[in-house]
Design a protein around this ligand. Sequence first.
Ligand SMILES: Cc1cc2nc3c(=O)[nH]c(=O)nc-3n(C[C@H](O)[C@H](O)[C@H](O)COP(=O)(O)O)c2cc1C
Length: 435
Amino acid sequence: MSRTRTHSPSPSPRPSKRTKVDHLTPDDFKNGLFLAPMVRSGALPTRLFALKHGATLVWGPEIIDKAILHSTREVDPITGVVSYNGVSRAIFATHPVEKPYLIYQMGSSDPELAVQAAKTVMQDISGIDLNCGCPKPFSTHAGMGAALLTNPDLLCSILIALRKEMPPHITVTAKIRLLPSQEDTLKLVERIVNTGVSALTVHCRTRNMREKDRAVIERLREIVEFVEGMGKGIAVVENGDCKDWEDAKRVREITGAHSVMIARGAESNPSCFSPEPLKDVETSLVPAYLNLSKYLQNHFSLTKFCVGQFKGPRTHVTKAESLALRQTLSQAKDYADMEHLMASSTGEQEFQQILDAIEANPPREHRMLLSEGGSPHAEQDDESVTITPEGTQNPEPPGSGAPFLPNDTGRPLAKIPGHDATTPTPSGSLSLASM
Ligand SMILES: Cc1cc2nc3c(=O)[nH]c(=O)nc-3n(C[C@H](O)[C@H](O)[C@H](O)COP(=O)(O)O)c2cc1C
């Protein structure tokens, strides 16, 4: 791997002084606010920004079992980024700093392949999640994703195999959608909980519902009570239509869910996990995101896609400035085209800020606890830290980092003929709406 840039060689995260982070337990899935799995949008820089701003656990994008099996693991000696590279592209990228909080999501319809895939990545992650909710044909036609909802024997056999073959320190979880009937949903949930999972995420839409359809979160309370009644201490995680930290209170009050998982809210603003999410993302997030993404060698097209999704309230940035940024972005071919926006810091500084923020405020320590009145509040430790650390209201970026192998950063592309098993990519072009 050739590098032209020079950096100080300090990729390893410093261990937290206050938390001994070892491995996840079912309790770590309670009172949390999680970054949902998102192909493309949930790549490495985005996950790091989510952690910086208060996400307590982060899910990686769904990776199909076969895709990771034929990959080669490579560690960047400068940044510490771990890449799983396929024959034609990078399949998955992570960094040791996120390992204590990282749930790897897989798509599978085969217990043996699922176990092999999990073993391939287990040194870099804390938990394995099985995607049982993707309704797209590329997933369901192979029996994966939402197809598993109507094949509970297969679904459970994958979870059982994973639980049996994974070491105890790797959690096994599942993410499902609601079935049309509540009775069928409860039957499925009972079977899943009995496989030994540590938590269950319920996306409160059925397989046929689209994202524009309102999530039916009212159905979750009965499911939560049912799981609690099983007495295994398993967390039920709500997913669907939660916008941010503030909104998570509403969701928890309605559903009683132990935790809440956010997808599109975080895609728009990865600091949505903070009680004080960033405003003016054009200046507070975009430059930092670009810098971090460049430093981590996130493929520019992926960075561009993620930045194109950012939006939020503007206080100081004018509409004209926002439009100008979007225009620049839409025309940019590489990081050099965005360099005039990136002068405020360096990627290395951004990365260091993330390390510092995680160390100062370990994600798994600040949870959303239910107060006596049943209303969630942010847990603060004795040093009274805020979720978004002071002085970091400016440049924060997210980037996402898996699907494409950087070809604009000096990293050589594999030239071996053939292609990798496809990991689902949501359709959608660069959204240049109202940033
Ligand atoms: C861009 C994008 C990619 C997604 N990729 C995945 C995925 O890889 N695995 C998965 O289980 N769900 C995926 N989802 C679904 C989300 O995790 C989530 O279930 C859904 O968006 C509902 O949550 P929300 O209302 O907070 O957006 C994706 C959603 C989006 C918007």
